[in-house]
Design a protein around this ligand. Structure first.
Ligand SMILES: C[S@@+](CC[C@H](N)C(=O)[O-])C[C@H]1O[C@@H](n2cnc3c(N)ncnc32)[C@H](O)[C@@H]1O
Length: 223
């Protein structure tokens, strides 16, 4: 399939697809190769350090800041858009980071490439609120069926959004989702006790410039 992408005429091709091959150290895009690491990500990173997943990492600022701050953790960062993946890889290359990899993957397909209990924490930052098609939101009950499988006991999900309705919706849904409890939530992260430890994303920096409040929820898987 990928050969097909690379060989299609350039005029209809996203130029960032052509760049993927220059970023092999940090971007994996071949689904077969990605899936082959299911249950083996610690082999990929060559250590037994905890593994954190970011879904929809955009141009990578958040995962890169984390991997610099926490060199004893590993990071898998999933994103669909080629340009954002290439920008993320360029930043990782500059810093010569060894504890992260960007995957061109769909966050809904995590069971294809992540095994049981492989993940210590999941970050979902500023996902699309899908105002007119709420059922498309990534955070909904079926997501927790997936995270049940891949996340360790006491693993955490961290969610940030500028969208107050999405924040309230997740708080409400969590009331009826078994096995997860809310550890902390605020509708103003940057005026909360979590501000100091918070690492910002690209979208978050833009929202802060517009003086928008950031909503935040920390959720723990109990068993
Ligand atoms: C609003 S942006 C936020 C980017 C980044 N998290 C930030 O806060 O700056 C949402 C990102 O999620 C990606 N995305 C949307 N649906 C996705 C999915 N199903 N799997 C992986 N990435 C997805 C989009 O391509 C986009 O880059």
């Amino acid at each position: 399939m990928w050969q097909h992408f690379f060989e299609r005429e350039k005029k209809i091709l996203n130029p960032y697809i052509m760049k993927l091959n220059d970023h092999k150290e940090y971007i994996m895009y071949d689904k077969e190769i990605i899936n082959s690491y299911k249950n083996r990500w610690n082999e990929y990173f060559k250590n037994d350090n905890p593994i954190y997943l970011e879904i929809g990492c955009g141009a990578g600022n958040f995962t890169i800041k984390n991997s610099v701050k926490y060199p004893n953790r590993n990071y898998l960062a999933v994103e669909l858009r080629f340009k954002r993946l290439v920008l993320a890889s360029e930043k990782a290359t500059k810093r010569d980071l060894k504890n992260l990899v960007f995957l061109r993957q769909n966050g809904n397909d995590i069971l294809n490439f992540i095994g049981s209990n492989e993940i210590d924490g999941i970050y979902i930052n500023f996902p699309d609120p899908w105002e007119k098609k709420v059922k498309n939101r990534i955070i909904q009950p079926k997501l927790f069926e997936l995270t049940d499988k891949i996340m360790k006991k006491n693993g955490k999900i961290f969610f940030k959004t500028d969208h107050y309705g999405y924040y309230l919706d997740v708080l409400e849904k969590l009331e009826s989702i078994n096995n997860y409890k809310i550890l902390f939530h605020t509708d103003d992260l940057h005026n909360s006790i979590k501000k100091e430890d918070n690492l910002t994303t690209e979208f978050e920096d833009l929202f802060l410039k517009q003086n928008l409040k950031i909503n935040y929820i920390e959720i723990e898987k109990e068993v």
